[in-house]
Design a binder for this molecule. Structure first.
Ligand code: ADP
Ligand code: ZN
Length: 435
């Protein structure tokens, strides 16, 4: 217990946190209104003045910002500080279309790295740890964010970036890394490579992993924990709001605490924009109340999750968000049914002989959707009889059917035939070209 980077904030009473948020929100709305013509126009059109916002209860009066706004305002349209005050630009990975850029002053970098430091300390990190950062460095926020957080905590930082997996493992062993930071799909790949090289968890010193930047399931978590002999912590963030560390998991592993002194979270109905009560599933919306250069108000993340203020055993009072099950735009509509890749991952990883390597292929044939799931077998299965392989195929097929209500064609493929990811995994190949 007591693993906090900033106990005063992380364990602050609700009343004090509300007061802090109110003050910061009022000042931030004024800052944005005065300095961002794009948003001022949106507020004027909605008939909202900065003085109408007196605290978080007035948040709902503000207009939403979307990724389309960021693309329209690209590159400088949402900047709230002169460029000469900015020290950094980062960019989204472009998973769902044209990349957008975000700007940072030194103050913004500091608060972002501070959030990452909270995540590392929550995962058990101290100045005695060796923290291997294998998120990509560069425009992507993963590497720079965790790198900065690791420095703040005082860990010995290994800025590996992603790729060259055998070298990652060599360094991990030679330099006795204790904390690993990367995407969960890359963590699984590192684990697989470790085993392929003839090693196991006992040959490395890792104790914890901080994995995020893409959706992953509880089943995937257990798989990685087993492969690497660690405790795996989730971390969430997005470039538009700063980067990784917007929220982070504690030892309870039941959702991620949002750094509410910097980011106010709301859940809305993605169709109507209506704010939903605590505990409802909906789209996550963030208002950043401390950033100077790129302060987005009511930014729609398109990530679907649930917020809860239930007491957490770690002692933190920060609101928790559930693992996002995917984004509204990750959701596939197949034969009229909503399908999230994470639902499929859950089914697959419940089978002992499937691996976390799969790909969903959707196409359209004679006006009807085809839905195929390629699932990679593990080496042990190769020696199994055709009958038992057919059995596995049938089991996956019937479990998918019972969860989604539609049938998928299951294709079991040879070990190592699905491309591995060193960053965000590509789980879906949609050939329908509907958009
Ligand atoms: P892009 O939107 O191009 O992928 P980012 O690299 O900024 O750009 O990624 C942010 C997005 O990544 C989030 O909006 C969310 O969809 C996803 N993401 C980040 N962390 C997690 C996580 N821990 N679990 C699920 N999804 C995550
Ligand atoms: Zn907690």
């Amino acid at each position: 217990m007591g693993r906090y980077w900033n106990e005063k904030i992380e364990c602050m009473s609700r009343e004090d946190m509300k007061k802090l948020q109110d003050e910061r929100l009022v000042a931030q709305v004024r800052h944005v209104y005065d300095n961002v013509a794009y948003y001022r126009k949106m507020m004027d059109e909605k008939g909202v003045k900065p003085e109408d916002i007196r605290g978080t209860e007035d948040l709902h009066k503000l207009p939403f910002l979307t990724k389309a706004d960021l693309r329209e305002a690209y590159p400088y349209g949402l900047l709230a500080k002169p460029l000469s005050d900015c020290v950094r630009i980062q960019s989204t990975s472009g998973t769902t279309g044209k990349r957008v850029v975000a700007f940072y002053t030194q103050h913004d970098i500091d608060l972002w790295e501070d959030c990452c430091a909270r995540a590392i300390v929550a995962a058990g990190g101290t100045r005695d740890d060796v923290c291997q950062v294998c998120y990509g460095y560069g425009l992507f926020t993963g590497g720079p964010g965790l790198n900065g957080g690791s420095h703040k905590v005082g860990c010995l930082t290994l800025p590996m970036s992603s790729g060259n997996t055998e070298r990652q493992i060599q360094f991990m062993m030679d330099l006795q890394s204790t904390i690993l930071c990367c995407t969960p799909s890359y963590a699984a790949y590192i684990g697989e490579t470790l085993h392929d090289m003839g090693y196991g968890p006992d040959d490395i010193k890792l104790k914890a992993g901080i994995f995020g930047a893409e959706p992953w399931t509880e089943e995937m978590r257990r798989e990685i924990e087993k492969l690497l002999g660690i405790k795996a912590y989730d971390i969430y963030g997005l470039t538009e709001i700063s980067g990784p560390g917007v929220s982070f998991e504690c030892e309870e592993q039941t959702g991620m605490h949002i750094n509410e002194d910097h980011f106010i979270a709301e859940i809305i109905d993605p169709d109507t924009g209506e704010v939903l009560p605590e505990g409802s599933k909906g789209e996550l919306v963030f208002t950043s109340i401390t950033k100077e250069a790129f302060p987005l108000l009511r930014y729609r993340t398109r990530d679907i999750c649930v917020l809860t203020r239930e007491k957490c055993s770690c002692g933190r009072t920060l609101v928790k968000m559930s693992k996002p099950m995917g984004r509204t735009d990750d959701m596939l509509i197949i034969r009229g049914v909503n399908v999230f890749p994470s639902q499929i991952e859950s089914v697959l990883l419940k089978m002992s002989n499937a691996t976390p390597n799969y790909q969903i292929v959707v196409d359209r044939l004679n006006n009807s959707d085809t839905f195929e799931i390629m699932v990679e077998l593990n080496d042990d299965m190769l020696s199994d009889t055709v009958k038992s392989i057919e059995e596995l195929e049938r089991k996956i097929s019937s479990d998918i059917h019972s969860i989604l209500g539609i049938k998928a064609k299951i294709t079991l493929v040879e070990p190592k035939s699905i491309p591995r990811s060193e960053g965000k995994a590509v789980r879906v190949v949609d050939k329908r070209k509907l958009v």
